[in-house]
Design a protein around this ligand. Sequence first.
Ligand SMILES: Cc1ncc(COP(=O)(O)O)c(C=O)c1O
Length: 371
Amino acid sequence: MDKIPFGDLSRQYKKYRNEFDGITKAVFEKGNFILGENVSGFEKEFAAYCGCRYGTGVGSGTEALHLALLACGIKAGDEVITVANTAVPTAAAIRLAGAVPVFADIEESTFNIDPALIESCITDKTKAVMPVHLYGNPCDMDRIMPIAEKYGLKVIEDCAQSHGAELKEKRAGSFGNAGCFSFYPSKNLGAFGDGGMVVTNDAEIAEKLKLLRNYGQQNRYFSIIEGINTRLDELQAAYLRFKLKHLEGWNERRIEIAGKYGNALKKTCARLPAVDKGCRHVYHLYVIRVKNRDRFMDYLEEKGIKTLIHYPYPIHLQEAYKKAGIGHGAGSLPVTEKVSKEIVSLPIYPELYDEEVSYISEVILEALKTV
Ligand SMILES: Cc1ncc(COP(=O)(O)O)c(C=O)c1O
């Protein structure tokens, strides 16, 4: 068996080389690279896919979160409740908006924000909640939304890992005031570079986002609010329109691979991802928990299988955030801190071959007996 990388985007390119090359040529020939018909077309198509009315393409998932916070009226000094076991950009976006991330601990089973702990994080300064549908597994929005409504908080969903995830057939991104997506290349829907989008059902938020991403300009060279430049690239939007047609097939393949891992590993001591009733987990990542993680990962590496950790350092324990006085230090988020020492992500992507999935499963069974 050849080495199995954690991800391999070239497999997808090779399969659709002609289509991608054709798309590149068409955009180049047209010569419109900024906010052209592919951006507006993709905004409509992706918003509809999410069950939302409006989409605004931006430069990255981080910028989607940042601008969504601004468009929801979050200001300097406001507090935003989120989690610490996420990618650092979740917190970075809150800081970019001038606000302060307040970390709630997570449910041990789903790795997502524990709704039972949100109320205890609320202060006079709390203005929003940012649930992260981590690894592709939707948060318990049925419990989060009523808390937000009770306290008048905005809800900005971090959907960077959850394109197509569902709770009771409603898609991630359509529950709160805004849903923020990343099209980083390895995401379930990924560009050939950076990209992001905010989806919403609120016309006012959508209008504000369109201004914020383009220097605050309604008409050329006349800014009506202060904005920046963070636009989804026309070329990336053209690729993403094509890829969106394949997203459901790719998500189904991820779910199929997760099922194969689940069957192979269900009788072992590894803790497998939990999916709550009514949830559609789209497995951006397949994360298990093992004891002796370093030895486990080394064993797989020796057998040619690359694994990673998402994420090894909870945000409240990272130097930059400790220095900024964010969070309450070691011991303040016991579940987050405990699972960060045991989690490991297995390769999962639509182009992974069945033989590779079987081989990975076999090696894991050996590793769990050996390490
Ligand atoms: C949970 C989460 N939030 C936000 C982001 C930021 O997205 P981007 O890398 O497109 O800025 C990512 C992606 O890395 C992510 O995984």
